[in-house]
Design a protein around this ligand. Sequence first.
Ligand SMILES: *Cc1c(COP(=O)(O)O)cnc(C)c1O
Length: 470
Amino acid sequence: MPSSQNDLEPSAGSLLRQIPAVDELMSRPGLRELEARVGHPVVLEASRKILQDLREKISNGTVSSVSRERLEKEILRETDSMLAFSLQPVINATGVILHTNLGRAPLAAEALAHMVRVAGGYSNLEYDLERGERGRRDVHTDRLFSRLLGAERSLVVNNNAAAVFLALNTLAEGAEVIVSRGELIEIGGSFRIPDVCAKSGAILREVGTTNRTRAADYASAINEHTRVLLRVHPSNFRIVGFTERPGLEELAALAQKHNLLLMEDLGSGCMVDLSACGIRDELPVSLSLKAGADVVTFSGDKLLGGPQAGILVGKHEPLQRIRKNPLFRALRVDKLMIAALEATVSLYLQGHLDSIPALRMIRLSREAIAVRADRLAQAIASNQGFSATLREGESVIGGGSTPGQTLATTLVAVRHSQLSAGKLEEMLRQGKPAIVGRVEQDEFIIDLRTVADEQDEKIAQAFEKVNSHQ
Ligand SMILES: *Cc1c(COP(=O)(O)O)cnc(C)c1O
């Protein structure tokens, strides 16, 4: 065969002819074993992909030999990555406790155990065991919220956005809802009060100004079409300075006088007083109910520290109407969420706040974090090329709550003699397990407030691996 190429370099044509058939490759003992474990279709798909990659590499001139051993190894690796889960655990070293991109609140061990116990088999989700007849899924959490918050009634839906939508649709479709201009907020993920209001069929009536709204502004907007006064927690921003908004009691009295309902979207939904931790903008849900709100909505996975859910608590009559809305059926939660929520709320009732990871993290002192930070900094600095120092810093609650309020923490600031902080960040983020931190002034910053104690060791190990991977 005429060839213009160097005799030592096989031509692309001859390499292509050396590619084994898929069947031949798959009959190798290593791949037969793999097939027995994970099934024929996956191994076949991986093999075809690897052979196709090889053909492309040959045409590009980026390989100069065909090795069956190497192909086998590549197929093993490809099969592994095809079967690997996409959703995987991440170590959150950002210090943002309710990090929405990282799944918000981590669940309590008790919540996980209850989910496993209940969801692996059948349960009395909607079955009244006492009477032997059909029951309601709301009963499981209803009795707990009434004990914890003094609510007459509660309902659980998919998330707080759904809770607000469902409540407005039920209580004010085709009628007017009065909201202060200072509370027409947008939360991340395109939740905007005016848009949710419009979609629910309620007509938004704005009152007051951005910084000041008085009870008289609400009063003068009330007309025969008004059904609801809506108060919204300005979760993720703060207006400071010349500001005013009426107390909830004042709005409750106004609502009662005109036979309207007072609804409050609290967003985060704090179960206990956290002012001792420096969180002063988040009043417990029970206070809203005491002040006379008829319906209060909040998230399950923000300050409550439970699963993603939207919780509606309040008076019996409006909640009963919301329960009967056909949309409730479309927004209802699964048994997994009810189990997780039941176990989490039960921890509050027993006073076991430190068993709820988000609350434990909020309550951690700077000093307790410093002890761990010091240990980690020493472990990191013991690796070639690394230096690590402790810095005073601030953690945030996140999840669109407590704007402008931070928790004092101790950070570990890491530098490497050869690698930029950006490169380090990338390597740790793409590692197994993935570690997410932040980069500030060419230092990689770790805040252990959001890292579980037992993960400190994993972070130290990841830094050990950095030098061998670069
Ligand atoms: C976070 C938030 C929501 C949305 O809650 P999700 O549970 O994320 O759907 C709605 N309103 C307020 C005020 C919030 O802070």
